[in-house]
Design a protein around this ligand. Sequence first.
Ligand SMILES: CC(C)(COP(=O)(O)OP(=O)(O)OC[C@H]1O[C@@H](n2cnc3c(N)ncnc32)[C@H](O)[C@@H]1OP(=O)(O)O)[C@@H](O)C(=O)NCCC(=O)NCCS
Length: 167
Amino acid sequence: MSHALSIPPAVSRIEAETPADAEGVDALVMAAFGPGRFAKTAERLREGSAPSAGFVAHLEGRVIGSVQLWPVTVGETPALFLGPIAVDAGRRSDGLGAELVSACLNHARTLAGQVGGVLLVGDRAYFERFGFVPASDVVLPGPVDRRRVLWLATGVPGVSGMVAIAR
Ligand SMILES: CC(C)(COP(=O)(O)OP(=O)(O)OC[C@H]1O[C@@H](n2cnc3c(N)ncnc32)[C@H](O)[C@@H]1OP(=O)(O)O)[C@@H](O)C(=O)NCCC(=O)NCCS
């Protein structure tokens, strides 16, 4: 008698961030970026704001991956600002970063009609695999290498103008 092969369902390693993750997320981001992150222009878009959503990966109760999405406007377009994204140095190149980005994009797509896309400041060499393209007409509230300003449309193909915290 033959038995059908039992294939367990794929289990996502990514979960929605909860308040219990706050300390672990802070420690992970600090280890990845150091205190210099607070001087970054991207941080100006997070100060005094609260994330729309966050996603984490855990290992044995420890946060080993984290990403957040922040509500902004780009010109007149409501959007989500992605970052910081970090994976524990000992757990990189295992697809966790990609899973965190995918969680963000899925979230943005569930908000189609409310947000036009996802903006970030980051390495094109990493983010173009997800479909991010340069958004050189977008102006951030501080100095930034324009080539690192990237956009992925989930409703509005192109954006331009000032980025501001959405109120
Ligand atoms: C960027 C980061 C989140 C990716 O996490 P990850 O779990 O390693 O990502 P993935 O497993 O999905 O992808 C890994 C691949 O992306 C590549 N990669 C990672 N960072 C890259 C970058 N900045 N530019 C180009 N490629 C990059 C890796 O070399 C690796 O390639 P490989 O598969 O050929 O080995 C992680 O490297 C990290 O935390 N870095 C420090 C913080 C940081 O720089 N954040 C992003 C700011 S742009």
